[in-house]
Write a protein that binds this ligand. Structure first.
Ligand code: CTP
Ligand code: MG
Length: 247
C-alpha cells in the first residue's frame, strides 16, 4: 500500500498546480511605536517573522515562499540565513502593503502558472497554525474564487463620528474579521490587484481587490489566536498564545 501511494501522487487532481506563499514584511510598524519594525521584534526568543515563516514551512504543500522586504533592510538577510530552505525568496516591498504584495506576485508570475494558487500571509501574524492553513487550502481548492481565514465579530459594533460620538449600532450578525492567509489564483489576483491600484482603491487585503473585480471569496472560519501584532501589548498576547500552542 505504501509503495502504491508513493508512485501514485500525480493522480490527485490538484497536483498539477503549485501553491506559493507571499509574506509582506516591508512595513515599518508605525502603530507599534518601536524603532525596530515589528516583524523583527523579539517574541518568545525569536523575531516575530521567524515564527510566521516556520508556520508556513510546516505546510508541505507550499512550494515556495516569497518575502517582500523594505529596500535597505539590514535585518532580513540575517534571518533569511537561518532558513537554509531553498523554498525562500525575497523581493523589494512597496509603499503600501498592496504594492509589496503586487511586487511579490509579479515576481512569482514571471515563472509560475497563472492557475497556481498563492497564499498571502502577514509577517505580523506569527500565531497562525498549519492546521488552519491546510483547511483554507482544502476549501479554496474547491472554490474557484479563492478565500480567506476570518472570524465572526463577537462584540457589539458601533459607528462613531469624527467627534467621537456614537451615531449608530451596526448589526454584527453578518460581520467577520478578515485574517490571513488569503488564497487566490495567482493570475486572477495579479489582475485584480493591478486593477484596484490603478483605480486608486484602498486595498488593505487581497480579498478586497478580488471583490472589486467581481469575485466572491469564501470565508473560512479560523482560530481566534491568529492575531496581527499591531500595538505593543499584542506581543505579550502572542507570546502567551505561542506558549500554549507548544505546550
Ligand atoms: N507591509 C508591507 N509593505 C508595506 C506596509 C506593510 O509589506 N508597505 C506588511 C507589514 O510588514 C505587515 C503586513 O503588511 O507584515 C500587515 O501590515 P500592518 O499590520 O499594517 O503593518 P505595518 O504597516 O508595518 O504597521 P503600521 O500600519 O502600524 O505602520
Ligand atoms: Mg500598515
Amino acid at each position: 500500500a505504501i509503495l502504491s501511494r508513493r508512485i501514485m501522487p500525480a493522480a490527485t487532481s490538484s497536483s498539477d498546480v503549485n501553491i506559493w506563499a507571499i509574506v509582506p514584511a516591508a512595513g515599518c510598524g508605525s502603530r507599534m511605536r518601536s524603532a525596530t519594525p515589528k516583524q523583527y521584534l523579539d517574541l518568545s526568543g525569536r523575531p516575530v517573522i521567524e515564527h510566521t515563516l516556520a508556520a508556513l514551512f510546516a505546510v508541505p504543500r507550499i512550494t515556495g515562499i516569497v518575502v517582500a522586504v523594505a529596500d535597505g533592510d539590514v535585518t532580513w538577510p540575517n534571518i533569511a540565513g537561518c532558513f537554509s530552505d531553498r523554498r525562500l525568496e525575497q523581493v523589494s516591498g512597496g509603499a503600501e502593503r498592496c504594492h509589496s504584495v503586487l511586487n511579490a506576485l509579479e515576481y512569482l508570475c514571471a515563472t509560475a502558472s497563472g492557475r497556481d494558487w498563492v497564499l498571502v500571509h502577514d509577517a505580523a501574524r506569527p500565531c497562525v497554525q498549519p492546521a488552519d492553513i491546510d483547511r483554507l487550502i482544502d476549501t479554496c481548492m474547491r472554490n474557484t474564487d479563492g478565500g480567506l481565514l476570518g472570524m465572526p465579530v463577537s462584540d457589539t459594533m458601533k459607528r462613531v463620528d469624527t467627534k467621537g460620538n456614537v451615531t449608530a449600532t451596526v448589526d454584527r450578525t453578518d460581520l467577520w474579521h478578515a485574517l490571513t492567509p488569503q488564497m487566490f489564483r495567482a493570475g486572477q489576483l495579479l489582475e485584480a490587484l493591478r486593477q484596484g491600484i490603478r483605480a486608486g482603491k484602498t486595498l488593505t487585503d487581497e480579498a478586497s481587490a478580488m471583490e472589486a473585480a467581481g469575485y466572491a471569496p469564501r470565508m473560512v472560519e479560523g482560530r481566534r489566536d491568529n492575531i496581527k501584532i499591531t500595538v505593543a501589548s499584542d506581543l505579550q498576547l502572542a507570546g502567551f498564545y505561542l506558549q500554549r500552542q507548544h505546550a
